[in-house]
Ligand binder design. Structure first.
Ligand code: A2P
Length: 281
């Protein structure tokens, strides 16, 4: 068995999702295709994109070039803020599929709640409908706070399978993860390596990595999976792609996990992107 083997986890709609995926933000054009094909060859099967990344075509081309069959892959995209209205959301999902040359998404997410617009429930109703039409297998959200998630559940009776949020050692999101667990929502982590910031130099994590003969990024990604979060690391380098996959052959102790969680900062967000306020379209 390759040590890049990725286990599956079960979602609240009874479908399964790989426990680790590949982020494609800023992987565009022919260079993006090269990185994404390399990632698929390295063993990634879950690929996370968004309408807003303007790389759905890039991802579609990468899928064809990889030679890996559609059924083996798990493809994610996201609805942008400018198309939260019901009819527009449905068109956008179709447009995303056309751009990717696919018949369905494994997972489609609302990218940001943008509460000021007051349209995220309407967008959620469109995702529910798109799932009924077979355009999407599973539906979820990104960057939602518990109050937004609760509103979706109260108004539609449908709980997202996942909430994809910023999560890394400086921002472990304990309260939100606990809320997710209580409601059967899987946490996905964006910027799981904190965009390779100072976190990769943290002595606490270095020490743990030496104990296991692993690298700091591997320890951080393993920490995500042991928090039951699904990390979506991104790398342009084949070697680092393989490195980031090779995390299922060791196990951190509860003390290691607590030590990494203790690196949390009061507001550890990398950028000023508070889900209640951040707007992008
Ligand atoms: P590169 O593409 O040159 O590998 P995040 O996933 O948290 O957003 O972080 C992405 C950043 O982390 C990218 O700049 C990427 O650079 C870098 N990166 C990804 N994997 C590793 C790794 N294993 N070691 C060092 N840097 C990494």
């Amino acid at each position: 068995m390759k040590n890049s083997f990725i286990p599956n986890i079960v979602l609240n709609d009874q479908s399964t999702m790989p426990a680790l995926g590949f982020g494609t933000y800023m992987l565009n054009g022919s260079a993006g295709v090269a990185s994404i094909v390399s990632a698929i060859k390295a063993g990634y099967r879950m690929l996370d994109s968004a309408f807003k990344y303007e790389n759905e075509g890039t991802l579609g081309k990468s899928i064809v070039e990889s030679g890996v069959s559609r059924e083996e892959l798990y493809i994610i995209s996201k609805l942008p803020g400018r198309h939260h209205r019901y009819a527009e959301a449905l068109y956008t999902i179709e447009e995303s599929l056309y751009r990717m040359r696919l018949d369905y998404f494994d997972l489609y997410l609302i990218h940001w709640p943008i509460p000021r617009l007051g349209l995220y429930v309407e967008a959620w109703q469109a995702l529910i409908e798109a799932k009924k039409r077979g355009l999407i297998r599973s539906i979820g959200v990104c960057n939602f706070l518990p109050e937004h998630l609760q509103k979706l559940i109260d108004e539609t009776g449908v709980t997202p399978v996942t909430n994809q949020v910023e999560l890394h050692p400086y921002f472990p999101q304990q309260k939100l993860r606990d809320w997710h667990k209580e409601h059967g929502i899987v946490t996905q982590s964006w910027s799981p390596l904190g965009r390779a910031s100072k976190v990769l130099q943290e002595p606490v994590i270095k020490e743990i990595s030496e104990k296991y003969g692993k690298t700091v990024p591997q320890v951080i990604l393993r920490w995500h999976t042991q928090l039951d979060a699904v990390p979506l690391p991104k790398s342009t380098s084949y070697d680092r792609q393989i490195e980031n996959l090779s995390i299922f052959d060791f196990e951190l102790t509860p003390e290691d996990i607590a030590a990494i969680c203790s690196l949390a900062k009061p507001d550890g967000r990398r950028q000023d992107r508070h889900p209640a306020l951040h707007e992008e379209f």
